[in-house]
Design a protein around this ligand. Structure first.
Ligand code: FAD
Length: 405
């Protein structure tokens, strides 16, 4: 009897079960996750769910009834400790061995934590899962002053929600502009203006030294310029680390993520890996990528599941992401790293515009702010390696799709 074991019961894992079912996998599917929740979507955690505008059940990738199937065995609150590739089984923290014909590693990522004085005080919180949001919401109910450490997507989304809920919000960021790792200076400047207009205080170019506390509770954040920012709640959003340790201990190749090929296979033909924990080859960008996005997790899940069912699927797509802050929908298609030219289409003052990134004339990525048409049309251009004329690109009255003959 065949058996697929999926380690990690997150977003990608939920999709892998769905595709295996859809493709009529002729065996048992065992889903093992260390969290107490069925597979759920994380993006709303720093958006509508944090704001209290979405119930937990709506986060689920599939309703609970979907797993009510004699061929699906869901084991929550269960951590997998090791993989024995010779015996073809995994071992859980409780000592159970679970055999597999094929294994999918869907272990995701974890937050990068801070190691400074006061880091373990109550009220210094991180955001990765539902339980984290519940702790943040509980604290928000009693907090007046909120300090966010890190001005990436998640930090800024939390800042927007906390400010809209009426809190006093300060964002501390070491770089001299927000989202500096992913967007152009123009985009950063636009978002800085929006946050400032909403009443968020931005401390840019400022490092974190320590947290201060009283009676075990956080009371402030000491910054590199000697200031102490009062805080009843600190939310830290300084990036993630892929969960690759299980794969590395099993002797699989790991290089900034579990190394997989186009089929989402690791260096063991019976072990697949999907989502945040992987590094995959990208023909579009000519390098290996480790992505932190829903699209990547879902598409890799489909690819791995189809291949386990005897298919010949491969994954190589132009990545896309999004971020919701206030009434602004930022949609990002492609990867702008290494760009030499940024072209603004439209007027940021209209709160609907986009920024196209090029390198040596080739379109790498487009960030679209309340501009869904540019977002949708850019994907095909990036995939085709288009080289649009920058002057026409800057003319928002010309559709992106009309730019390349
Ligand atoms: P996950 O969903 O993280 O699932 C991995 C699961 O594996 C976890 O439950 C983990 O506990 C479990 N696990 C790990 N090791 C073990 C083990 N040894 N045994 C058992 N279980 C294990 N992406 C976007 O595209 N757009 C967004 O707007 C966006 N917003 C986000 C907002 C927040 C607050 C967060 C946290 C993420 C956001 N993301 C967003 C990223 C997106 O959610 C992730 O890329 C996606 O969840 C990755 O899916 P995954 O299946 O790889 O991992």
């Amino acid at each position: 009897m065949q058996q697929v074991v999926i380690v990690g019961a997150g977003h990608g894992a939920g999709q892998a079960v769905a595709t295996l079912k859809q493709k009529k996998y002729p065996g048992k599917i065992v889903l093992i996750g260390e969290e107490s929740w069925l597979p759920y979507q994380r993006p709303p955690l720093s958006k509508k769910f944090l704001a209290g505008e979405m119930p937990a059940e709506r986060l689920y990738v599939k309703p609970a009834s979907f797993y009510d199937d004699p061929e699906i065995d869901v084991r929550l609150d269960t951590r997998v400790e090791s993989v024995d590739r010779d015996a073809k089984h995994v071992v859980t923290a409780g000592g159970d061995t679970v055999p597999y014909t094929d294994l999918i590693l869907a272990t995701g990522s974890r937050v990068r934590t801070l190691d400074v004085d006061g880091a373990s005080l109550n009220g210094v919180l991180y955001l990765r899962g539902i339980d984290d949001v519940e702790a943040i919401r509980d604290r928000l109910g009693r907090a007046d002053k909120v300090v966010i450490v890190g001005a990436g997507y998640i930090g800024l989304e939390v800042a927007a929600v906390a400010r809209q809920l009426g809190h006093d919000v300060t964002v501390l960021e070491m770089a001299d502009r927000v989202m500096s790792r992913v967007v152009s200076e123009e985009l950063s400047a636009f978002y800085q203006r929006e946050h400032a207009a909403a009443g968020v205080k931005l401390e840019l170019g400022t490092g974190l030294e320590a947290f201060t506390g009283e009676g075990g509770e956080v009371t402030g954040v000491c910054t590199s310029d000697g200031t102490v920012l009062p805080a009843d709640l600190v939310v830290v959003g300084v990036g993630i680390l892929p969960n690759v340790e299980l794969a590395a201990a099993a002797g699989l190749d790991v290089d900034n993520g579990i190394v997989v090929d186009e089929a989402c296979r690791t260096t063991d033909p019976h072990i697949f890996a999907i989502g945040d924990c992987t590094s995959h080859p990208s023909a579009v960008y000519g390098c290996r990528l480790r992505l932190e996005s829903v699209q990547n997790a879902l598409e890799q899940a489909k690819t791995a599941a189809m291949n386990i069912c005897g298919g010949d699927a491969s994954y190589d797509q132009v990545p896309w992401f999004w971020s919701d802050q206030y009434d602004l929908k930022l949609q990002i298609v492609g990867l702008s790293q290494g760009f030499d030219t940024a072209v603004i289409r439209g007027n940021p003052a209209d709160r609907s515009f986009s920024c196209a990134y090029l390198r040596d004339g080739r379109l790498l990525a487009v960030d679209a702010v309340n501009a869904p048409k540019d977002f949708m049309q850019a994907k095909a251009l990036i995939a085709a390696g288009a080289r649009p004329d920058p002057e026409r690109l800057a003319d928002a009255s010309v559709s992106l799709k009309d730019l390349v003959a």
